[in-house]
Each structure stands twice: as C-alpha cells, then as structure tokens.
Write a protein that binds this ligand. Structure first.
Ligand code: PMP
Length: 381
C-alpha cells in the first residue's frame, strides 16, 4: 500500500521521520497579526474603548468565586438563552463559539469539503477563503464593483443558480470596504439557491441594519455576530451564530466541546446585562466615524468610501509609503492591503477615540504631503 503522505508531498513540509500533512496546507501561512508595542493601533477593527471601570470591578468580584477547576458548560446554556431572549429567538437557534472565526471554521467542517464550493464577494474578509481552502472546498469569488464595492446582484443570482455552492458568505457591512448590501437584494440572493447563506454581521451594531427579522422566513439563512467589536471583547474570543435549530444542531455536532471557556461565558453575560453601555459606545464610534469620513473626504489626494462599520477604507497614491510613514514616524498602525485584488493603494483605518482620530488625520495629512515631495526636494545647495 502506498504511503498516503507521498501523495501529499506538495504540502511543502519536509521533516525526516514525519509524514506530510494534507496538501491544501501548502498555500497557507500562520496568522501572526500581533502589533508593534508603543503604537496607536487602528488596524484590527477593535473597539477603542476598554470595558468600563464598573464592569471590570464586577468581573474582578466574580473571579474570586470562580470554579476554575471545572469544565465550562459546552453549549453556554445561560448566555445562549440570554442572547436568544434579546432577539426573541429560541435558545436552540443560537450557538456560541470561540470568536466568530471558530464558527466560520465549524460551518466549513459541516458544509464544506471536497466536491463542494463557497461563493464570496471580493474584496472581503480573508478568512472565508482560507477556511475553505483548508477543507479542500472550491472558492468562487465574484468581484465587487471597483468604484462602489457593490455586488453585481444579477451575476450573483446567476452564479448561485448555476454553480450551486454549499455556502454563500456575505459580509454585511463588508470588511474592508464598509458598505451594506440592500436588504431586498440579500433576500433575492438567499432565495436563489439552497446554499447555507451566511450573513456575517460582525459589524452590524454600527450599521443599523440586520437580517435578523428574516430568520423565520428563510431556512437557509445564518447570521454571524461577535462580541469582539461593538462589545469591546476581542481579547476574550466570543462570537455566535443565529439560524434554524436544525442548522445549529449540525454545526454543534462538529464544534469543539469546550471552546468557549467559562470566564468568557460569564463576562459575555455580564456585558449583555449592561447593554446600554455598549449602545452608547456604538453611538460614539458612529459619530466619530462620520467625523473622520468628512475630514478624509476633504483631504487632498484621498478617496474615501462611506462606511456603515467602525472603519473606513480609503485610497491614496503611494499607499505603502504613506502606511510606513504613519507607522514609523507617527506611531500609528493602520491596515495596508498590499497586493490584495480590488484594493489597489487602499488603506483601512479603524475608528479610534476622538483624540486618536484627530492625531490620525493630522498624521495622514503630513504623510501624504511628505511622500509626494518632489524627488529633488532634499538636494538643494
Ligand atoms: N467576520 C468579520 C467580517 C471580521 O472582520 C471578523 C474579525 N476581524 C470576524 C468575522 C471574526 O471575529 P471574531 O473571531 O473576533 O469574533
């Protein structure tokens, strides 16, 4: 019998005495998104606000009596019921995960695989394609309009009908471009096939729009949410899905039993008990976003896209140089997309505190002016 690892030599792994991992790993790179110390980080779409002192005190008190020696409740029963209650759903329609990322992976385990495909609308959240690739799921990518980043709905409908993907992933608002797809268009897309239709609403709290009212109407609709953005909890890793009980049950079959630790469950529950604090934070972030948008729109050499999320995508000439100057001279770290398709010379800034936003706009103005100085500017006598 041939060694299965021989067929997988393309995985790019060569350690004598150890058989090869699966071939699809060849094109992947470990995710290493840590940020340089001492910089203002406006790159990862986190909330700029830490949890309030009042909430941190409550957490500190709860920690003293915590059963660290016990396994967590696998399905996070209390938090699940609390989320369901919030949205008038049944608890069986909710599933918690170790961040939205884990749930995307779980959906790929359950609905992806060899001989299956996903449909996505580029540019979008890169993890969709990476998880698909990991599970040998073909990736169909339709390009968004290069001027507006809108989806070509007719082409999407045609593709859904002709290619019958197992999963369609729509990021709404879209990361990194920021705009929402109109609800009526999303409904048409959901109705076009029996694909698991995942609307990634990681940033929905900043947009005032959601597909939640349509969960009852569409059996194939799945909504993904996270505590990482609007709820200031990126460090604890907490996300959730909302869908029909039958879909949730299938995804629960493949999930890691204890991936959502009991500390995160406890904190998540506490945050929902104090939801008004986060509603206020979201309102502040949206106000700051709109201020930032106005300033960028008036800035020479900048093209900025309107955003319904907590970040703004903009285009400048010499984006790589501008990004470097922001980082190394002004100590501000934003996101640069390098050669990503559809994001030529684009940068993305996460909305910060009002002080950070003021500092960022001044730094950006200086950086653009600096990188556009004529070549002979420093060669005077
Ligand atoms: N979806 C989108 C569009 C995102 O931008 C992110 C985080 N960057 C996630 C899902 C996953 O979020 P988390 O794992 O922190 O819940």
């Amino acid at each position: 019998m041939s060694n299965p690892s021989n067929a997988d030599r393309s995985a790019g792994f060569d350690l004598p005495g150890v058989c090869s991992p699966r071939a699809p790993l060849a094109n992947l790179k470990p995710y290493s998104g840590s940020f340089p110390a001492g910089k203002t980080i406006m790159a990862a779409n986190e909330s700029p606000y830490n949890l309030s002192e009042g909430l941190r005190d409550k957490i500190a008190r709860a920690v003293r009596g915590f059963d660290f020696n016990r396994y967590p409740d696998p399905l996070a029963t209390d938090l699940r019921a609390q989320i369901a209650d919030n949205y008038q759903l049944k608890p069986e329609q909710v599933l918690l995960g170790n961040g939205g990322d884990e749930l995307l992976l779980d959906m790929m385990i359950a609905w992806g695989g060899k001989g299956r495909s996903i449909l996505q609308f580029m540019p979008t959240f890169t993890m969709y394609g990476i998880y698909a690739q990991t599970f040998e799921t073909a990736v169909i990518s339709l390009l968004r309009d290069p001027q507006t980043y809108a989806i070509d709905i007719d082409l999407a409908l045609e593709t859904l009908r002709a290619q019958q993907p197992s999963i369609c992933l729509l990021c709404n608002p879209n990361n990194p471009s920021g705009q929402v797809t109109p609800v009526a268009d999303i409904c048409r897309l959901i109705e076009a096939s029996d694909a698991l239709f995942v609307v990634d609403e990681a940033y929905a709290e900043f947009s005032g729009t959601s597909m939640l009212p349509y969960l009852d109407r569409y059996p194939n609709l799945v909504i993904l949410r996270t505590f990482s953005k609007a709820y200031s909890l990126a460090g604890l890793r907490l996300g959730y899905l909302m869908a029909s009980p039958a879909i949730i049950e299938m995804i629960a079959r493949v999930r890691m039993p204890y991936s959502v630790n009991s500390f995160s469950q406890m904190v998540g529950s506490l945050l929902l008990d104090n939801k008004e604090e986060f509603d206020q934070a979201c309102a502040d972030i949206m106000r700051e976003r709109d201020w930032l948008y106005d300033v960028l729109q008036d800035m020479a050499g900048v093209k900025v896209w309107p955003s319904s999320a907590n970040y703004l995508l903009f285009q400048v000439e010499k984006a790589a140089e501008v990004w470097e100057r922001l980082l190394y001279v002004h100590d501000i770290c934003i996101r640069h997309f390098k050669d990503a398709p559809g994001l030529d010379n684009c940068l993305r800034v996460t909305v910060g505190t009002s002080q950070e936003n003021i500092a960022f706009t001044a730094a950006l103005r200086e950086s653009i002016a600096y990188v556009n100085l004529p070549d002979d500017f420093f060669c005077g006598s």
